[in-house]
Design a protein around this ligand. Structure first.
Ligand code: IPM
Ligand code: MG
Length: 360
């Protein structure tokens, strides 16, 4: 019997709806599996914590998470608190505090899902975007001077380090190598950004020599958006800076049918700290409390969590259950054009996980 300690951080808005759904799924998996157990600890951090205590999470919050095997995170964002506070006070604090430098965002068109790229079969769109998750445009370097004065000035410096670029390139080449097509596209903007992005390109070239069996190319980020729409099958694994990948991954999720489906892993590949898994969508206050949130993004994130824990078979079982459920249009939530509720989708996926256990 293997027991994993999972931290649950629902956060704000629909995070409070999809994370309990995720817990139900893990419990259903444990019930079906026999050799797998989960212990949960819930941390009510986010906007409400900020209103009560003046901080999104306690100062020693990272210490509480350190001993966990993984973190399942909902979303952070509150219409009454500035976005940069909710982001830097919680999600980035965990990502950067635990040096989760590889953000992994897979995209596929799941069975039964209608997306804008209808002419593509499922195999035509099978991408993984690797997002540099520790520096670049999100490094937090910058400042404001002369606040409120006509001469006010502000900077956000995109800081890139050789070590930071090298490790994300190695991770991305390694991931590309593990996938059947062994193909990596290095996304850049070195035509306009002539310092850090030129170093980015140089390091890509150097790291490529360590992975001779990976076919790789370079694409400017703007051209990459067009390629994602017009020639999706030419892409497989992509690696991009923090901000570039942030933007490309929303495009990828929309092309795959809905932001409600897309998952993310914030990984510390060296496993010094727990890694964090979360749906890509935000807190969506507009639909909060209605039971409309799509839990699939959280469920797919759980697949990534299980893969990271080395539970490949359990991960596969959950992915198959997800695909079984998305194939049924009667179980589509509103973001997919259906009327199903969070609860109905959750019940269906949990039932399938149980049924799959009985079958084999
Ligand atoms: C994401 C999100 C965040 C980001 C927001 C919530 C700040 O868009 O995870 O992609 O930009 O990193
Ligand atoms: Mg984003």
């Amino acid at each position: 019997m293997k027991t994993y300690r999972i931290a649950l951080i629902p956060g704000d808005g629909i995070g409070k709806e999809v994370i309990p759904a995720g817990r139900e799924l893990l419990e259903a998996l444990a019930a079906a599996h026999g050799a797998l157990r989960f212990e949960f600890e819930r941390f009510d951090w986010g906007g409400d914590h900020y209103r009560a205590h003046g901080a999104m999470m306690p100062a020693d919050g990272l210490d509480a998470l350190r001993a966990m095997d993984a973190i399942l995170f909902g979303s952070a964002g509150d219409p009454h608190i500035p976005d940069h506070i909710t982001l830097w006070g919680l999600r980035l604090k965990i990502c950067q505090g635990f040096d989760q430098y590889a953000n992994v965002r897979p995209t596929r068109i799941l069975p039964g899902i209608d997306g804008p790229l209808k002419r593509c079969g499922p195999l035509d769109l099978d991408w993984v975007i690797v997002r540099e998750n520790s520096e670049g445009e999100y490094s937090g370097v910058g400042g404001r001077v002369h606040p409120g004065q006509p001469i006010e000035a502000a900077t956000d410096v995109s800081m890139m380090t050789r070590a930071g670029v090298q490790r994300i390139m190695r991770f991305a080449f390694g991931l590309a190598q593990s996938r059947p097509r062994k193909r990596l596209t290095v996304v850049t903007k070195s035509n306009a950004q002539r310092h850090a992005m030129v170093m980015w390109d140089e390091i890509a070239l150097q790291v490529a020599a360590e992975f001779p069996d990976v076919a790789w190319d370079k694409e400017l980020v703007d051209a990459c958006t067009a390629r994602m729409v017009n020639r999706p099958a030419t892409l497989d694994t992509l690696v991009a800076t923090n901000l570039h990948a942030d933007i490309l991954s929303d495009l990828a999720a929309a092309l795959a049918g809905s932001l409600g489906i897309a998952p993310t892993a914030n990984l510390d590949p060296e496993r010094r700290y727990p890694s964090m898994f979360e749906p890509i969508h935000g807190s969506a206050f507009d639909i909060m409390g209605k039971g409309w949130a799509n839990p699939i993004g959280t469920f797919w994130s759980i697949v990534m969590l299980l893969e990271h824990l080395g539970e490949a078979q359990a991960a596969q079982r959950v992915m198959q259950a997800i695909e079984h459920v998305t194939a049924d249009a009667a179980l589509h939530t509103r973001d997919l054009g259906g009327t199903a509720t969070t609860e109905q989708v959750t019940r269906a996926v949990c039932a399938r996980v149980g049924a799959a256990a009985l079958a084999g």
